[in-house]
Write a protein that binds this ligand. Sequence first.
Ligand code: UDX
Ligand code: UDX
Length: 464
Amino acid sequence: MAEQYKTKILCIGAGYVGGPTMAVIAQKCPHIKVTVVDINEAKIAAWNSDNLPIYEPGLDEVVKEARGRNLFFSTDISKGIAEAGIIFVSVNTPTKQYGVGAGKASDLQYWEKTARQIVEASSENKIIVEKSTLPVRTAEAMERVLNANEKGLHFEVLSNPEFLAEGTAISDLHTPDRVLIGSMETESGRAARQELVDIFANWVPRERIITSNVWSAELSKLVANAFLAQRVSSINAISELCEKTFADVQEISRAIGADTRIGSKFLNASVGFGGSCFKKDVLNLVYIAESNGLNEVAEYWEWVIKMNDHQTNRFVRNIIRASFNTVAGKKISLLGFAFKKDTGDTRETPAFYVTKQLREEHAEITVSDPKALDNAKIDLKDLSGITFEIDPYKACANASAVAVLTEWDLYKTLDYERIYKSMMKPAMIFDGRNILDHQRLYEIGFNVYRIGKTPLLHSETALI
Ligand code: UDX
Ligand code: UDX
């Protein structure tokens, strides 16, 4: 049956990136066989079930349409490698936790292991596509590992960084701002690049498919994330200033975002950015700059991370200060644990750091989230004094403070009068995402603390 396909694609790594990306390629290219493999058997079983391993709006429908037709999930990595002409590598590249570059550099052990696996299972030339975010010049290193084979095989390495954001992955994949494909500037490099361009051209307008040399493609991904993270840190820095000056950070975002040169996106002040990419990629950029002796460049970008940590830390300090300087024994309810709305992903979520610091102050924490409680339980398994409650009303009952940490739409429409009545008084609410109707909350009786705006306080019950 498989022989009916002229083009066969394999993706190694069935995570947040590999899974949705391949599902959309399969959906849009029914003439191509797409197989996704992973070392994690439970994950592959989940991809083959009705309960997919990740929550992503619209993903279920795409998978249902293509799975079993031309989209397959499997643990047989060697077979997948042997039959595919194009292999995407989307294994994780976490920040290195040991040795040289610890805390900053990418840990490339999975990537290198995968490269060796590819050589072993191959008996013909192949195109290898880097999908994982990697330090610049990794493609070159991988090309060496791959082409050092003694079978006389040639592997052409391309870089095709993924720009999808979680929570909007499917629409980002359906209508990307751009697709970036980098190759070696050799005849075989350009030919391989064209093959990949032709695949994306099945649904992406040609003018949105950008080609470049492989190093530019690799670095562009880090730079894009660094710029986005920098915008969040910049507006968060301004939010602290606003809290001291009676300016309103949302009014400022609106005013500056109307300038088309600045643009309106990524100007929401928040409890801090999270996710698997921003911190990792900025630290990676810092490490690359340092490795090249560019200390000012490294320091400049490092401040994006420092400012983000500062924003989360000061959010916690505000809770403690408003709680008459002690949260010990008090119940604090956290609404949202995912690093952003519409995902169950909790990697690097600011909610984790908020929870940890509040526990250090001996607060009793209840965590609520519509999609991320399973991950939250894993992340917080080493901490005591935490309960998990999916129902936000139950989560907030008897709390002295509620903190909104993820901008889930459902938190905008809760019955806050009911919540207020069930809480200890004075009842405090900390909106870490500025999504609630603050004036209304104040009228209900809450002391309302927000990001980048003066708090709304019933002065007789609050520390000013
Ligand atoms: C990953 C990288 O972390 C990121 O840097 C890159 O930009 C895209 O790929 P993500 O898909 O979010 O992002 O990671 P994750 O959800 O952890 O998925 C990686 C998958 O690779 C996991 O399912 C893991 O089991 C699998 N894997 C890892 C392998 O199949 N083989 C390995 O050797 C290592
Ligand atoms: C990011 C990039 O956007 C994407 O292109 C890349 O492929 C992977 O990394 P992701 O981490 O999934 O995507 O989500 P994103 O929407 O970028 O949000 C990152 C973090 O910044 C979240 O914690 C979000 O809440 C926060 N954020 C975002 C803000 O605090 N304010 C904003 O204005 C925007």
